[in-house]
Write a protein that binds this ligand. Structure first.
Ligand code: PMP
Length: 358
């Protein structure tokens, strides 16, 4: 069986080695006579999986003891609400940098909870760049950024230096590059891009912030509940956490985040070079200094050619290249599990397609 070259934006490609390991363990996980999905979440076998996932994430991201690691459900979208519900107090202002519709949505949810302020935005230029002119409001509770913008194809290459708590939605670039976790008050990420399948959301929170959550919050929406129970207050998404642990093992086997980061930069450089050397046939959506190493967004000269490009790519097994409906054009998502071979196959296809048109 030939596997597709998978450029989906999320859920997205998983490492083949991870899928094979899961397949091998599926019917009889560690001699329990059942799959990991069928284990009690209170069993010692599942507990070891749960603990290993946290331990590996701590190790790979170098997460300091000042921060807790939590496993939640509800996707990154629930974090749009939980962040302000837990951390935005009366009289304070949630500050947001708007860099595509995900950060827009995050702010929209915060508005339902309290006061918000746009600290910077590139909306007027179709989110083609990461704005650096940050202007905080009075009494800011935090500054929220989206470290990688899945739709626009932009990425923060240097994080803002601010004196307030920095919160980042890292859904589409967590574990793709080295970051200094201690600079962040809170990081959240849905798993379905670099961490595993959908179903689990990782939250990394500085411990002193746990005290901010009001006791009147619904139990399941208070970060403290997850911290106090090691994310085992109720049934966690056990299978997704198991898959996360396998993905983390795989990252470790690759040599860790630094090695992955280098590979990601090479993959992105290959694609951007193909775009830049196409004599204007392919145009990158993002400004060069803000280009993402995870989502490469580009357009073709017209709609008709875009359709033809996508159809022919699909025939060649290159899947998931349509741009987000709000931006149009094309997008190649090249997360950690998309290897150089897939990127080379795409570049070869792009070059042949262009030459056949001219
Ligand atoms: N933030 C970003 C940056 C995303 O890319 C996505 C999903 N593509 C989300 C938030 C929403 O994530 P979820 O579907 O897990 O709620």
């Amino acid at each position: 069986m030939k596997r597709a070259y998978n450029f989906n934006a999320g859920p997205s490609a998983l490492p083949l080695a991870v899928l094979e390991r899961a397949q091998k363990q599926l019917l009889n996980f560690q001699q329990t006579g059942m799959s990991v999905m069928e284990l009690s979440h209170r069993s010692k076998e599942y507990d070891a999986v749960h603990e290993r996932a946290e331990m590996l994430l701590r190790k790979l991201m170098n997460i300091p003891d000042t921060h807790d690691v939590l496993f939640l459900q509800g996707g990154a979208s629930l974090q749009f609400s939980m962040v302000p519900m837990n951390l935005l107090k009366e009289g304070e202002v949630g500050n947001y940098v708007l860099t595509d519709s995900w950060s827009d949505k995050a702010m929209k949810e915060a508005k339902k909870v309290g006061a918000t302020h746009v600290a910077a935005s590139s909306k007027e230029e179709k989110y083609t760049y990461i704005p650096t002119n940050i202007e905080l409001s009075e009494r800011p509770a935090y500054l929220h950024i989206t470290s990688n913008n899945t739709i626009a194809g932009t990425q923060w290459h240097e994080f803002p230096n601010v004196s307030v708590d920095l919160i980042a939605d890292m859904s589409s670039d967590i574990l793709s590059r080295h970051i200094d976790v201690s600079r962040f008050a809170l990081i959240y990420a849905g798993a379905q891009k670099n961490l595993g399948p959908s179903g689990v959301t990782v939250v990394i929170i500085r411990k002193d912030l746990l005290a901010k959550g009001d006791d009147r919050l619904p139990t399941m929406l208070n970060y403290r509940t997850y911290s106090e129970s090691r994310s085992l207050y109720n049934t966690p998404p056990t299978f997704a956490i198991y898959m996360l642990s396998l993905v983390l093992e795989w990252v470790e086997e690759q040599g860790g985040v630094q090695v992955i980061e280098k590979k990601n930069a090479e993959k992105a450089a290959l694609l951007y070079r193909c775009i830049d050397e196409s004599e204007g046939f392919y145009k990158g959506h993002a400004k060069k200094e803000s280009r993402s190493h995870m989502n490469v967004t580009f357009t073709l000269p017209n709609e008709e050619l875009t359709k033809k490009f996508l159809a022919e790519a699909k025939e060649k097994g290159l899947i998931g290249l349509a741009g987000h409906r709000s931006v149009g054009g094309c997008r190649a998502s090249i997360y950690n599990a998309v290897d150089m071979e897939a990127c080379e196959a795409l570049v070869q296809f792009m070059e042949t397609f262009r030459k056949n048109i001219f």
